[in-house]
Design a protein. Structure first.
Ligand code: BTN
Length: 260
């Protein structure tokens, strides 16, 4: 069970989670609550956590299922003073922070799938949903929502997710205390976020590459422009996916990737 006191006890961050941690048994979506709190001027680093979400959201209108007692579902309010065009970097910051945290718990065998998934044995164990509010041409705030399946979920997964989604425990047998994971993750998010704001994406992208096995894979990417097939060569300096296609080199800003 999460309590604010348990999370704050031993939390080594400077601001992440230090001001407000809002904890719910069940709500619609932590992103919605964090958005509402940010609109009411809650400070950067405010966290919303839920055991269960009745309307948990993934990217592209998909549903996200939280497994009470087994997953970690939370959203953090960020207020970066960066141009709107740089906001996509936050998704990479979150993905690399998750990867850092997995290494901290000796879960070395994982892969970041562009732009926002973490896979173990090709099954998704974590996803990130970043939402942005702009005002007068600048970022008002960003809500970075993250779901991670930590404990066992194999007997709880709906049949359509078998072979697609999983958890750290189910894929590796490694037992992780969710509060310890949350504390380390908040510290890693804070450090990577500070790095992003002060030095840009260079270090984050190099860590992304070290922890992704997408390079060289044939993929199809679906986005507003349609479906594009190609071979991944990497990500560029702003975090776009770079593909070698029949029509030459393409840089993809957003989209849904299927590995072929
Ligand atoms: C995805 O993989 O498409 C993104 C999944 C993001 C899920 C998290 S759980 C906490 C936060 N609240 C939500 O409703 N979604 C995000």
């Amino acid at each position: 069970m999460f309590t604010e006191a348990l999370i704050k006890d031993g939390l080594q961050t400077f601001f992440m989670g230090q001001c407000g941690i809002f904890i719910y048994d069940e709500i619609k979506s932590t992103n919605d609550i964090a958005y509402m709190l940010a609109e009411k001027s809650s400070p950067e680093g405010t966290i919303v956590i839920a055991e269960s979400q009745s309307g948990g959201r993934g990217r592209r209108g998909r549903k996200w299922i939280s497994f009470p007692g087994q997953s970690l579902s939370f959203s953090v309010i960020l207020k970066p003073e960066i141009p709107i065009e740089s906001a996509a970097g936050i998704t990479l910051v979150m993905a690399v922070s998750l990867s850092d945290t997995l290494h901290d718990f000796s879960v070395h065998k994982h892969s970041i799938k562009w732009p926002n998934d973490i896979l173990i044995n090709s099954k998704k164990i974590s996803g990130i949903l970043t939402e942005l509010k702009t005002a007068s041409g600048r970022i008002d705030f960003i809500i970075a929502g993250t779901g991670i399946n930590i404990g066992t979920i194999k007997n709880l997964l709906p049949p359509e997710l078998h072979g697609i989604a999983s958890s750290i425990y189910d894929e590796t047998g490694i037992i992780i205390n969710r509060i310890n994971f949350m504390q380390k993750l908040l510290l890693n998010i804070e450090n990577r976020y500070k790095e992003f704001i002060s030095s840009g994406l260079e270090g984050i992208i190099s860590s992304w590459k070290e922890n992704s096995d997408m390079a060289g894979k044939r993929v199809s990417v679906t986005n507003a422009d349609g479906v594009i097939e190609g071979t991944v060569t990497g990500i560029n300096e702003s975090g776009s996916l770079v593909l070698e296609t029949g029509q030459g080199r393409l840089e993809i800003i957003s989209g849904e990737v299927s590995i072929l």
